[in-house]
Ligand binder design. Structure first.
Ligand code: 4AD
Ligand code: MG
Length: 457
């Protein structure tokens, strides 16, 4: 259909006085004796177009004025009667799709909890229009950032036989039903599609390392799958994962890149989504814009795991899980560090090797690995990264300690035999980043169709 985007009509002089056609969904309708006003949204702008209907001249089908109805309007673009920008004086309104009163998006009932029960319609609200605009702009900015900095964009496989994080959280991929006649697991998988146990990838990192040790700088940006049985506001079974991997990089380089990338993304969102950020600032997280500006303009804090434990210990009585050296940091500890102690994003580095993955570079102290998690206020961990162990023997020893199936990692080990170099990278949880930029507190509300335990609507 020939029509013009609402975003083009709302501002500027070019279309003033011209006759145009717009298409959209009715967001509000109000009327007085002589005139009526339709607010139309078509997704091209967070702002709505006001359509003015002169009741004396126009006989509008009442179906065209119903909340949620889809209409096409032709009319003249004029300066808005009130405020900045332009509006449309309607000449004709055509119904494209009517919307009966059962339409569940009504002003009174739009809590996020309720909207989660109608994932196919909730996108038609202001909140979701703003969330998904930010998400889209951030995704574009990720590609732009890495492209501008000389990275290859690679696509790691989603079906894999190796478990990157080694935490046993993989979904299985199979074509055969369980058959009790198999005596061993191995025999069972031999008959399966791939002939071995296969699953959905929890991370593209291992393949990312393969590419980085050929191309230097690479990134992946795709879905990762985790069968974590954690029903929290920050975990999904399917999330989008940004994973750069950089050759000739040590841990400080990884931190520098992570910080630079994050600031670039925040800058892009602030620049490209001013209306959306203003909306979140008013209705979701007061002071959001200030927060983002502050983060963009200040250096992230850095502290070692050991320092973090020393900072947390004096407050042990206030934690559900008191800390001691060697323990994993729980969400309450991450929040305390970033919200009470540092009050800004903080990298926590050099964790005990027992609580981190096999592939991380072993530090000289024999106790810690060159890992770095970035914690942010309100969310906790948003990035997990490390320098990788580049020494064949040390990596092999770490894998044996964990009882890993070495056959499945032969290629990964080969990278340490043939021209091994220091390298590292990190993973940014894309949904957690969108939460951070919007103030939205539940990860299910920044995801089109969230998948989590017992939920695949
Ligand atoms: O810390 P993680 O597990 O690290 C890795 O997967 C590494 N292979 C990354 C790398 O070095 N290339 O995951 C990285 C990030 C987390 O910090 C978090 O933001 C996000 O991915 N994440 C999740 N997001 C939503 N739902 C889940 N279940 C997530 N698990 C991890
Ligand atoms: Mg992590």
């Amino acid at each position: 259909m020939k029509h013009i985007d609402i975003s083009e009509i709302l501002v500027g002089q070019e279309l003033l006085g011209q006759e145009v056609v717009v298409c959209g969904w009715v967001r509000t309708f109000r009327e007085s004796a002589q005139v009526a006003f339709l607010e139309l949204a078509d997704g091209t702008s967070f702002r709505k177009l006001q359509v003015v209907l002169d009741k004396g001249k126009l006989n509008v089908d009442p179906e065209c004025t119903k909340l949620g109805a889809a209409v096409a309007v032709s009319g003249e673009v004029v300066k808005a009667y009130k405020g900045d920008g332009n509006e449309l004086n309607a000449r004709a309104v055509t119904l494209l799709g009517k919307c009966p009163p059962e339409y569940p998006i009504q002003k009174k009932r739009t809590t996020l909890d309720f909207l989660r029960t109608i994932p196919h319609l909730r996108l038609r609200t202001n909140t979701f229009a703003a969330v998904f605009r930010v998400r889209s702009v951030a995704a574009q900015a990720i590609h732009r950032y890495f492209h501008e900095h000389g990275y290859y964009y690679i696509n790691a496989p989603l079906i894999t036989a190796s478990d990157c994080e080694g935490a046993g959280e993989m979904f299985r991929v199979t074509t055969q039903p369980w058959n009790a006649s198999y005596k061993t697991e191995e025999e069972y998988y031999k008959n399966d599609f791939f002939g071995v146990k296969a699953g959905l990838s929890v991370s593209g990192q291992l393949e990312g390392e393969v590419a980085a040790t050929a191309f230097g700088k690479i990134y992946t940006f795709g879905p990762s799958f985790r069968a974590e049985n954690s029903n929290t506001t920050r975990h999904l079974a399917e999330f989008w994962h940004v994973e750069p991997e950089i050759a000739f990089a040590e841990l400080p380089d990884v931190l520098e890149i992570a910080e630079d990338m994050l600031k670039y993304l925040i800058h892009a969102v602030l620049e490209e989504c001013p209306d959306e950020i203003a909306f979140f600032d008013s209705f979701v997280e007061k002071g959001l814009r200030e927060k983002l500006l502050h983060v963009e303009g200040s250096k992230f804090a850095v502290c070692t795991y050991t320092e973090a434990i020393d900072l947390l210990k004096p407050h042990n009585e206030s934690f559900q899980f008191p800390v001691s050296w060697g323990c994993d940091l729980q969400s309450e500890h991450e929040k305390y560090l970033t919200e009470q102690v540092f009050r800004r994003p903080v990298f926590v580095t050099d964790y005990p090797k027992e609580i981190k993955s096999f592939y991380m570079k072993q530090n000289a102290d024999g106790k810690t690995v060159a890992a770095a998690d970035l914690l942010v206020p309100g969310i906790g961990e948003i990035i997990g990264g490390s320098e990788r162990e580049a020494d064949y023997e040390k990596l092999l020893a770490a894998m044996k300690e964990r009882g890993m199936n070495l056959d499945a990692y032969k290629q990964y080990l080969d990278l340490r035999l043939f021209g091994s170099v220091p390298h590292g990278g990190f993973g940014l949880g894309f949904e957690r980043f969108v939460m951070y930029c919007t103030g939205i507190e539940n990860i299910r509300d920044v995801t089109l169709f969230p998948r989590s335990v017992k939920n695949i609507m």
